[in-house]
Write a protein that binds this ligand. Structure first.
Ligand SMILES: [Zn+2]
Length: 129
């Protein structure tokens, strides 16, 4: 039996009210049952706390957890942006390397042509004469 089945409360709509946990102050972590139509339909306002009121220590701790979670979400978002930036930089650098290698090849070919024209290159067979 899951925790939802344990409560199994039907509201005035005849629908089983889902078990939820609030993530807002001042009841962070406190569970409740609420009609699925509670916010969209004014005819049913079924709502009931499942857990007893949270003590002050629990409220403080819950608020700390919520703030910590928000900070971590922000850190994750910042890291995602940094990863995208690094990936773009990597792509840009690979493009620059490709261009530089093409230029290096062109330079090598021109150097070879120049050396041949200036008679600075001897063929291998000339070495053994
Ligand atoms: Zn209802």
């Amino acid at each position: 039996m899951n925790i939802q089945e344990h409560f199994n409360v039907q509201c005035g709509c005849g629908v089983e009210a889902p078990l939820r946990t609030t993530l807002t102050n001042p009841n962070v972590g406190r569970r409740f049952l609420e009609c699925v139509n509670y916010k969209s339909d004014n005819t049913c306002k079924y709502f009931d706390w499942v857990d007893p009121p949270t003590c002050e220590r629990g409220k403080d701790f819950g608020n700390w957890i919520v703030k910590k979670n928000m900070d971590l979400d922000k850190d994750v978002e910042d890291l995602r942006k940094q990863i995208l930036h690094v990936k773009k930089t990597d792509t840009d650098l690979k493009g620059e390397i490709r261009v530089l290698k093409e230029r290096e090849n062109e330079f090598g070919q021109k150097m070879e042509q120049w050396q041949k024209r200036e008679g600075m290159v001897c063929n291998d067979d000339q070495l053994y004469e």
